[in-house]
Design a protein around this ligand. Structure first.
Ligand SMILES: Nc1ncnc2c1ncn2[C@@H]1O[C@H](COP(=O)(O)OP(=O)(O)OP(=O)(O)O)[C@@H](O)[C@H]1O
Ligand SMILES: [Mg+2]
Length: 263
């Protein structure tokens, strides 16, 4: 365990109305424990990316606040404590894979660590592509590069927004097994947005199920399965029980939504 404080995340009365009048978040109260991995699942367009962007300090709330261990997102971001891998990975096209990942440490004012960069490239399955530029990588490879880049700063807060969307199923399951051991010993508070219920159960300590827009919490499920969680675990009755609960909550959230039920 790295000797540094855990960073819990508290959202209080958080609401966001976008410039076009769309209310992405109704006042939302949520606490994410420091050092844990929490999966957020919910229907497309319910406000998951908006929530992550508010926590990252990339957008400002219309009302309410986000606190990361008592500091505002912008303050934690300025300390280099937050790393993100978002739906569309934005790698710099003129830099090689190795330099894209190494750059994250420079931007966070951390000393260069070529061994860590090489190790991460191998762990996300991109061995041999160190000197390749992003244009010559597939979409799924770019997503894996973005995850390696996010981990390169050994962040205290890691925000993953559908990081495996373009990755094939087999590789996803390998990443679900191989990646958590990279951030868990660091006490990293990890929020993972995913559309895959199985991925949520494989990776998370807790699953928060959100309703259609504006997002509200429909279920908050602990995932008390042992780690490591190999791909075969998805077939066990305990795993399937939690996955079924999450799916049922998703369906319930849609059924309870008056706007959608009226359609
Ligand atoms: N910059 C923006 N300007 C205006 N509206 C926005 C903006 N970003 C998001 N929205 C709207 O806010 C709502 C929530 O969007 P958000 O991207 O947070 O959803 P999501 O849950 O991440 O969806 P998905 O699962 O499809 O990624 C949507 O109705 C979307 O159209
Ligand atoms: Mg999204």
């Amino acid at each position: 365990m790295v000797d540094r404080p855990l960073v819990p995340i508290t959202c209080t009365g958080l609401s966001k109305i976008h410039d076009n009048g769309v209310m992405a978040l109704d006042p939302l109260d949520l606490t994410f424990e420091g050092g844990r991995t929490i999966a957020l699942i919910g229907p497309s367009g319910c406000g998951k990316s908006t929530l992550l962007r508010l926590i990252a300090g990339l957008e400002q709330p219309t009302a309410g606040r986000v606190s990361l261990a008592g500091l505002a997102p912008a303050e934690q971001a300025a300390r280099g404590a937050i790393a993100m891998a978002f739906q569309d990975p934005s790698l710099l096209p003129w830099l090689t894979l190795r330099r894209n990942i190494a750059l994250a440490r420079t931007l966070a004012r951390q000393p260069a660590d070529p061994r860590l960069v090489d190790e991460l490239i191998g762990l996300v399955g991109l061995e041999g592509f160190h000197e390749t530029r992003p244009a010559a990588l597939s979409g799924g490879m770019r997503q894996r590069a973005a995850i390696a880049r996010a981990l390169a700063t050994r962040p205290q807060v890691l925000l993953l927004d559908e990081p495996f969307g373009a990755v094939d199923e087999l590789t996803r399951r390998q990443l679900a097994r191989d990646l958590p051991p990279l951030w868990q010993p660091l006490g990293t508070t990890t929020l993972l947005v995913t559309h895959s219920v199985d991925e949520a159960v494989l990776l998370a300590d807790r699953i928060v199920v959100l309703s259609p827009r504006p997002a509200r919490v429909v279920a908050d499920l602990p995932v008390d399965l042992p780690r490591p969680r190999p791909p075969e675990m998805t077939e066990t009755p305990e795993f399937r029980r939690i996955a079924a609960q999450a799916l049922q909550a998703l369906a319930q959230g849609v059924a309870d939504n008056p706007a959608l039920a009226a359609q």
